[in-house]
Design a protein around this ligand. Structure first.
Ligand code: UD1
Length: 430
C-alpha cells in the first residue's frame, strides 16, 4: 500500500487550483439515476470515492464515461435503462454515501435492495433519519442480513418531514426522492451545506421544483419525470480550506484559484484571529500569507453545521494549533469520535489532551517527523500538513484514505515547493 513521505521545512509559494467538491460530485452522480437522459458533470474531481460510486452506478446499467473535454474533467452518466436495483455490500462499504442511491432508485423504479453502510472510524454514523424520511414518503422498508429492501407499491408520496437534528446525508437523500414524489414534500430542519444547494440547483436544471434553497426548510413539488442537464460541480471547500491551512502552517504565500472564499468564511475568521493574513481578490482568488518567523496565536474552535466551522476542517485546524502560542480548545459537535488524529499528531511532538468531546492543544515550538497513520480522510490531510513543518521525515501510511478525497495532492503541494512524494508498495506501510 502506498505512503506519503514528506521532508518538512520548505515554505509554500505558488498557486493551487481548487478541484470540484467530492461531497457534491457524489450527490450529483446519484441524481443521474433519476433520469433516462444523459447528465454531464464538469469540474469533476477524479477520486477514489467518485470511482467507487461510478462502479456502483455501472452495476445498475448506467453508462459512465469520463473524458477531459474543453471544460476540463467531465463525466457523462447515461441511465437510459436501469437493469438492476441491487447495491451489494462490497461496493457500498467502500464509500458510505453510496447508500444514498436507495432514494433515487425507489423514485425511478419503485424498488431497491441496498446494503447498509456500517460505521466508520469517526463514529457509528447510523442511517435512521434516511429511512425515516423514505418511510414518511410511503416506502415499505425491511432490514435483513445487512440489507435494506424497499419498495413503493403506490409510488413515493409527498410528506412533511421534520428531522430531529440536522443531517447532510438524510437531507440530500430525502431531496433526491422527493423531487419525483407525488405531491409536495416539506423538509424541516434541512441541512444547508453548500453541496446540498448545488444538488438542489442541479435538480432544478433537470426540471425539479424546489423552493427554500440554502435555507433549513425545503419545499419540493414532485414532478413525473426529470430531464438531462450539464452541470459544473461547485469548488471543494474542504480541499480549499485544507490548502489554506497548509499554507498558513508552512509559511510563505499561496494563491488558491478556482475556489470560493464565501464557502469557508468560518475558517477564514479563525485563521485571521490566529494571525494568518488572508486576502480575497475580486476575481475570487484567495491568498494566504504568513511570515513563518512570527508565531501564530492559539484560538478556540467548535465544529458546527454550515455556515459554522466545518467538522471536515477540524483535524487540519488542530494541526495548525499545535505550533501556536498558548492553548486552543477544539470542540467536536458533529461526530462522536473525531479526534483519532490527535494521538498521531502527538507522535510528531504535539501536546494534546482529548476528553469529553474536546481537545486541548498546547502549542509547542516545533514538530519532529515520524511514521504516522492516516485514520480517516480528513485526518490524513492533517498529518500531511504537520509533515510540511516537522523536522526531518514524516511518513503517512494508509494513504487510501487521502486518495478518497484529495485529487493529485502531492502534485498540488509539490508545485508550491513542498517536498512530498508518494512511495509505492508494501514496504513503506506501517
Ligand atoms: C456529510 C459529509 C461529511 C461531513 C458531514 C458533516 C458527505 C458525503 N459527507 O456526512 O464529509 O463531515 O456531512 O458535515 O457529504 N446521523 C444520525 N442518523 C442519520 C444520519 C446522521 O444519527 O440517519 C448523525 C451522524 O452519525 C452524525 C450527525 O448525524 O453524528 C451528522 O451526520 P450527517 O450530517 O448525516 O453527515 P454525513 O451526511 O454522513
Amino acid at each position: 500500500m502506498d505512503s506519503i513521505v514528506i521532508h518538512g521545512g520548505n515554505r509554500l509559494n505558488g498557486s493551487i487550483p481548487v478541484s470540484g467538491a467530492k461531497n457534491s460530485a457524489i450527490k450529483l452522480m446519484a441524481a443521474s439515476i433519476l433520469t433516462s437522459e444523459p447528465i454531464r458533470l464538469t469540474n469533476m474531481p477524479r477520486l477514489a470515492d467518485t470511482r467507487f460510486l461510478g462502479a456502483l452506478l455501472r452495476e445498475f446499467g448506467i453508462e459512465v464515461t469520463e473524458s477531459d473535454g474543453a471544460d476540463g474533467q467531465q463525466t457523462v452518466f447515461d441511465a437510459r435503462e436501469i437493469k438492476s436495483t441491487f447495491a451489494p455490500y462490497d461496493l457500498v462499504r467502500q464509500m458510505r454515501a453510496s447508500f444514498n442511491v436507495l432514494g433515487p432508485l425507489l423514485a425511478r423504479t419503485g424498488e431497491a435492495k441496498v446494503s447498509l453502510p456500517g460505521g466508520c472510524t469517526i463514529g457509528a454514523r447510523p442511517v435512521d433519519l434516511h429511512l425515516m424520511a423514505l418511510e414518511a414518503m410511503g416506502a415499505k422498508i425491511e432490514l435483513d442480513e445487512g440489507y435494506v429492501t424497499a419498495s413503493v407499491p403506490n409510488g413515493l408520496q409527498g410528506a412533511e418531514i421534520e428531522f430531529p437534528f440536522v443531517s447532510v446525508g438524510a437531507t440530500e437523500h430525502a431531496l433526491l426522492a422527493a423531487v419525483m414524489a407525488n405531491g409536495t414534500t416539506v423538509l424541516k430542519r434541512a441541512a444547508r451545506e453548500p453541496e446540498i444547494g448545488d444538488l438542489a440547483r442541479c435538480l432544478i436544471s433537470m426540471g425539479a421544483k424546489i423552493e427554500g434553497l440554502d435555507t433549513d426548510e425545503l419545499v419540493i413539488t414532485g414532478v413525473t419525470s426529470l430531464k438531462g442537464t450539464d452541470w459544473s460541480v461547485i469548488p471543494d471547500r474542504i480541499e480549499m480550506g485544507s490548502y489554506a491551512v497548509a499554507a498558513a502552517m508552512a509559511g510563505g504565500e499561496v494563491r488558491l484559484t478556482k475556489g470560493r472564499g464565501d464557502l469557508i468564511v468560518a475558517l477564514t475568521e479563525l485563521m485571521r484571529q490566529a494571525g494568518v493574513e488572508i486576502v480575497e481578490e475580486a476575481n475570487g482568488d484567495y491568498i494566504v500569507r504568513r511570515d513563518p518567523t512570527l508565531r501564530l496565536k492559539a484560538v478556540n474552535a467548535t465544529t458546527e453545521i454550515y455556515p459554522g466551522f466545518a467538522t471536515d476542517l477540524q483535524a487540519q485546524f488542530m494541526t495548525l494549533m499545535t505550533l501556536a502560542e498558548g492553548e486552543s480548545v477544539i470542540q467536536e459537535k458533529i461526530f462522536e469520535n473525531r479526534f483519532m488524529h490527535a494521538p498521531e499528531l502527538m507522535r510528531l511532538g504535539a501536546d494534546i489532551t482529548v476528553a469529553n468531546g474536546e481537545a486541548r492543544v498546547r502549542g509547542v515550538e516545533s514538530l519532529r517527523g515520524a511514521p504516522v497513520m492516516a485514520t480517516d480522510l480528513r485526518a490524513s490531510m492533517s498529518l500531511v500538513i504537520a509533515g510540511l513543518v516537522a523536522e526531518g521525515e514524516t511518513t503517512v501510511g494508509r494513504v487510501y484514505h487521502l486518495d478518497r478525497g484529495f485529487e493529485r495532492m502531492e502534485e498540488k503541494l509539490g508545485a508550491c515547493g513542498a517536498d512530498v512524494r508518494r512511495v509505492k508498495g508494501e514496504a513503506q506501510e506501517h
